[in-house]
Write a protein that binds this ligand. Structure first.
Ligand code: ATP
Length: 874
């Protein structure tokens, strides 16, 4: 049986669809049912039971269970049961957190799912790739993701990046002719494959396989195994956590030894040592980071920034330079034609006279040399081109009719390096090539000019006039396109070399006003210590006019053209970039050089991009940002963040979110480590002072369950504030666990330990070790809950409104307060929890000592802040 690539395209259609006609709506539904959704089967997902059982995999937890069972069998059944219950509740909580985090990451993935342009019932529609089915006809433009495997039916200079399948990174030129003989995948030039990208030109293909039946589906088993990478912060914390665990284990080992030497029961001592290890080892560190990051990304998605790589959330807090495109990101991209320049005069767009052959030719050229469509009010394509066909509509020249009358039979697609595009038609029996593009690029290629008096050789005077008019348009912030034509011999296959010796027709100027929020976002960006930079393919004068309006540039000397960089060495460029805020007429290669130059100066750079050639610059940037609406699928694939509203202000909002998420993670860690350190210090002190052990194993587990995870997660979900934007970007090499941070943790842990031991002494003085232990346990538990409020912010904020704005923290506090009070006050629970029921006075003493941590630590923070201020002013 012949393979699809060995057959003509039409025959493949007949074989698969039974006819050469596109599928009807009914057939599409049938095919979708028969072939399933166009998706790769997900790697085997862990079931909830698996995740739950995974919570017990921790080595220490297993030892603890074993120790509890042994002690239960030997003597203390009640305690063993409580320990097991507490561990189980902990596992349930851990499972819930993991499932929730996974769900939010999954829904994020769905948001960034690619789309495809397909012909359905004669109309071009954009649908999620998952809905493409066998028999569909898919249109490809440069930058599009190929949603399924298929046989090409039409091709216009189409090149495809098939590196995902073949490893070949150069674009493969495609055609429609059948291939003879059996050839490997890379040589099937008339086929396209799912997972690859169109990098140049255009094409149409007929879908032959979807989902797991595609070539990439067949190797998907391998792809599924690639696991999610940890973010740098998670790696950093994991390493820290491991070192800390070893220290804690060593400490618990020594403690066990001391207790046995002092004649304590070895079994009890062992259980205690293991429980202390479980309570003190912050096993939740890395998972808290995952939870907070995943919730942060949900918030960002709601605010139009979809995070594709989790690392980006951390990185956003360190961004110090944001390089942004102009068109559509800083401007509205709602383009509208303002003015025409034809026959040597400027006229309003709506005043075109179709009776005038030159004016009519300009309008027709703008519709024909154009890939956008607006049938049935659905606009598809580049906003610049949509503006042009919308103008045609106003004069009754609908794009579909005009294109039917003058069909295109050849083209040189637009590319942002060349800044031109040309198409081939027969107009009034004359084979014509129409060219449109940047005026300055076109000017060098024009030999003739068309005027009311016919076509003349272009003089220097004509050139000067066009240049001046272009300058005038640009100064008004208008975006200008030039149009030209050339008669070409029939049957000539269009080439790039043909774009010379052209005849000038005219220019069209469009408005694209800045977005209202851009100026404010630029201000905020500067406040946050971030340098905003505009990088655009547009004309320098247009770019400067817009940049001035939104405050990116003050003086014209801060603007340059990309070509000015060509003569600079990398070293020279590094000095050069400092003074430049606007780069015009850049090529994608310039973008990479600009990013690199800033990075070499020690900056973390965010760069936006939309075109197919922007992918390398997006990858080079620390935070590559793609445009969700106008961006090519290639750029989205290369980016770490996608803006669903293409808006510069959204990047600034994302930076704010990134900084807040980082701050919240830091606060959670501070809470976890200081509390755990407090507990260790208390035990250490008791041991050195030869006092009875201040906590029973069940106390430690209770504290671990109640005061570890819940408030820590609540702190991670702390409401975001604007004041993070007052700070400078965080140095990228700054570890979260700085010396200063650890010192603060140490001091706060000490405060908690002191109040805990004070409670212990008060109880001990009345002669009962059990009362001492109960009061110490109650105080440690409460002090940690209270300490949650201290960890909300680095600055003292006690008793201000902000102190009470985190409902999760209030909830965790209230729950903890009720439970610990119940344990200490309900006589029936005393046996189970190894406590002595307290009197009201004793309870109030416990409360008082615990709450003392609030003013004391706030005061320390205030003093710390003063010290830091002094150091800064020095
Ligand atoms: P930005 O880089 O800020 O998005 P841009 O859209 O102007 O701005 P490019 O898309 O690289 O950047 O376009 C560069 C230049 O090419 C434009 O200034 C314009 O003169 C010309 N141009 C843009 N779109 C087209 C098109 N569809 N056909 C022909 N020429 C175009």
């Amino acid at each position: 049986m012949s393979e699809y690539y060995q057959l003509p395209g039409k025959e493949v259609m007949r074989k698969v669809n039974g006819s050469e006609e596109p599928l009807t709506a009914g057939q599409i539904r049938e095919h979708q049912e028969k072939y399933g959704r166009n998706e790769l089967a997900e790697g085997k997902k862990e079931t909830i039971l698996h995740i739950f059982l995974g919570q017990y995999k921790d080595f220490l937890v297993m030892i603890l269970i074993a120790a509890a069972i042994v002690s239960g069998l030997l003597s203390d059944v009640e305690s063993a049961v409580v320990i097991l219950v507490v561990i189980t509740v902990n596992a349930v909580l851990g499972t819930l957190q993991t499932v929730k985090a996974e769900q939010s990451l999954d829904s994020l993935k769905k948001l960034s799912a690619p789309e495809a342009k397909v012909l359905r019932e004669g109309n071009l529609v954009q649908i999620p790739s998952a809905e493409v089915t066998v028999g569909d006809i898919v249109l490809l433009d440069a930058g599009d993701y190929i949603p399924a495997d298929g046989r090409l039916l039409e091709c216009a200079s189409l090149k495809v990046d098939e590196s995902a399948l073949t490893g070949e990174s150069l674009g493969v030129e495609k055609g429609t002719e059948p291939v003879t003989g059996e050839v490997p995948l890379g040589d099937r030039t008339n086929m396209v494959y799912s997972g690859c990208f169109a990098t140049y030109g255009r094409g149409t293909f007929f879908v032959t396989a979807v989902g797991m039946e595609t070539e990439v589906g067949k190797i998907a088993g391998l792809l599924n195994k690639t696991s999610e990478k940890q973010t740098p912060l998670q790696r950093n914390l994991d390493q820290f956590g491991k070192k800390l665990s070893i220290l804690i284990l060593a400490f618990c080992g020594i403690l066990f030894g001391i207790q046995v030497i002092r004649g304590g029961d070895a079994g009890d001592a062992f259980l205690f040592a293991v429980a202390l290890a479980v309570a003190a080892i912050p096993e939740a560190l890395s998972s808290i980071v995952t939870i907070v990051l995943s919730f942060g990304t949900q918030k960002m998605a709601r605010e139009h920034a979809i995070i594709r790589k989790l690392q980006a959330v951390e990185g956003l807090g360190s961004v110090s330079v944001i390089c942004s495109d102009k068109t559509g990101t800083l401007t509205q991209n709602r383009m509208k034609v303002e003015d025409y320049y034809v026959n040597g005069i400027r006229i309003r767009g709506e005043e075109i006279n179709l009776e005038d052959p030159q004016e009519s030719m300009l309008l027709l050229s703008s519709i024909l040399c154009n890939d956008a469509s607006n049938a049935d009010g659905t606009e598809i394509g580049d906003p610049t081109e949509i503006a042009l066909i919308n103008l045609g509509d106003r004069f009754g020249l609908h794009a579909s009719d005009v294109r039917e009358k003058y069909p295109r039979f050849g083209e040189n697609p637009f590319d942002s390096d060349r800044k031109l595009m040309s198409t081939q038609h027969v107009m009034e029996d004359r084979p014509t090539m129409l060219v449109k593009g940047a005026v300055d690029v076109l000017l060098d290629r024009m030999t003739y000019i068309q005027t009311k008096d016919g076509v003349h050789p272009m003089t220097d005077g004509d050139r000067e006039k066009i240049k001046n008019q272009n300058q005038e348009f640009s100064k008004e912030g208008l975006r200008v396109l030039g149009f030209a034509y050339k008669e070409i011999p029939p049957d000539h296959e269009l080439m790039l070399e043909d774009e010379h010796h052209l005849t000038f027709i005219g220019m069209i100027a469009m408005v694209d006003p800045p977005r209202e929020e851009s100026a404010e976002a630029v201000k905020e960006c500067r406040r946050a210590g971030i340098r905003p930079i505009m990088i655009t393919g547009d004309h320098k004068v247009t770019a400067t006019a817009i940049a001035k309006r939104i405050g990116i540039l003050k003086d014209e000397s801060e603007a340059c053209e990309g070509a000015e960089m060509d003569s600079l060495s990398d070293q020279e460029l590094r000095d050069f970039v400092e003074d430049i805020s606007v780069y015009a007429r850049v090529t994608p290669e310039h973008k990479i050089r600009i990013v690199r130059a800033w990075q070499e100066k020690g900056n973390i750079v965010s760069m936006t991009g939309d075109g197919v050639n922007d992918a390398p610059a997006l990858k080079q940037a620390d935070i590559g940002v793609a445009m969700g609406i106008t961006g090519s699928e290639v750029s989205k694939d290369a980016a770490s963040m996608v803006l669903t509203d293409d808006n510069f202000a959204t990047i600034i909002k994302a930076v704010e979110n990134g900084r807040n998420v980082y701050r919240n993670i830091k606060n959670s860690i501070r809470f976890l480590l200081s509390g755990n350190f407090g507990a260790i210090l208390a035990v250490l002190y008791a041991s050195v002072a030869a006092l009875p052990v201040p906590f029973a194993p069940v106390h430690l587990l209770f504290i671990n369950l109640l005061t570890d995870s819940l408030p820590a997660i609540a702190l991670g979900l702390e409401p975001h504030t604007k004041d993070v934007m007052e700070e400078k970007p965080r140095p990228v090499d700054e570890s979260i666990l700085t010396k200063e941070f650890l010192q603060k943790i140490g001091i706060e842990g000490l405060c908690i330990a002191v109040t805990t031991m004070a409670a212990f002494y008060i109880g001990y003085r009345s002669g009962s070790a059990l009362l001492a232990s109960s009061m110490a346990f109650g105080t440690l538990c409460m002090a940690r809950l209270v300490h949650g409020f201290n960890c909300k912010d680095d600055k003292p904020a006690a008793f201000s409104k902000k102190m009470w704005n985190n409902v999760y923290l209030l909830g965790a506090f209230a729950l903890g307060l009720c439970l610990i009070t119940a344990v200490l006050m309900i006589p029936a629970l005393k046996g189970v929890f190894k406590v002595q029921t307290l009197t009201w006075t004793q309870l109030l003493t416990v409360y008082g000592l615990a709450v003392l941590n609030l003013p004391v630590i706030q005061l320390i923070k205030w003093a710390w802040g003063k010290k830091e201020e002094k150091e800064v002013t020095k």
